[in-house]
Design a protein around this ligand. Structure first.
Ligand code: UDP
Length: 195
């Protein structure tokens, strides 16, 4: 996709992000989605690993109002703000129709939060298959187990809600476990979906 540089970070501008992601799924093209706001670009300036991970992500969407204004002023681009949580919600709803039975995994948040968010989505989109959840606070042994589970299940969509930059770094390190999946860092979205 077409990218514009925001302080050295490429941001992809397109009219239909969920549609693009559904196409990735159809073609089994593994994708890391970063939802970029101004706070993250500033973190990336201080944190080279984070900057590198965002630069390598297949899709960087303008999540924050600051990023959107920057793109409008500097490049005269018609850019719509696309909050990460909304992208995730639209993706799940469209995926339910386009790929019945698609497997979804929720990782992150305080104990029980991902499970509650997963329960909410299993009700909202019953034709999808929520195949697993894991809290974001755990021992190294539990994390090893989580990785094994992901490798075995091969979910099509994996939401990672560990906060920035933890979730971005974790995805970059572990996406090889499910090379055909869409991996999205969703921050505190599980806290909202869990009610
Ligand atoms: N979190 C986690 N493990 C940690 C630290 C944080 O799972 O070790 C979760 C936390 O419970 C919360 C989310 O990460 O659900 C961070 O949410 P926040 O809205 O602060 O994210 P950001 O603003 O960084 O996107």
């Amino acid at each position: 996709p077409k990218a514009f540089s925001v302080l050295g970070i490429p941001v992809h501008v397109m009219s239909n992000y969920p549609g693009w992601l559904l196409e990735c799924l159809q073609h089994s093209r593994g994708t890391h989605v970063v939802t970029l706001n101004a706070e993250m670009t500033m973190q990336a300036e201080r944190n080279n690993s984070l900057a590198k991970v965002i630069q390598d992500a297949e899709l960087v969407i303008p999540d924050g109002a600051g990023v959107v204004l920057y793109l409008r002023w500097l490049f005269w681009q018609k850019v719509q703000r696309c909050p990460g949580i909304e992208l995730a919600e639209i993706l799940l709803r469209e995926l339910e129709h386009k790929q019945t039975g698609a497997k979804v995994f929720f990782y992150g948040g305080a104990p029980g939060v991902a499970a509650k968010a997963a329960e909410f989505w299993q009700q909202q989109t019953p034709a999808l298959s929520v195949v697993g959840t894991h809290s974001g606070y755990h021992s190294p042994e539990e994390e090893a187990q989580l990785k094994q589970t992901l490798a075995q299940l091969q979910p099509q969509v994996i939401f990672v809600g560990l906060g920035v930059p933890r979730q971005e770094l974790w995805i970059a390190q572990n996406r090889h476990l499910c090379p055909q999946a869409i991996w999205i860092g969703v921050g505190g979205s599980f806290d909202i979906w869990s009610g």
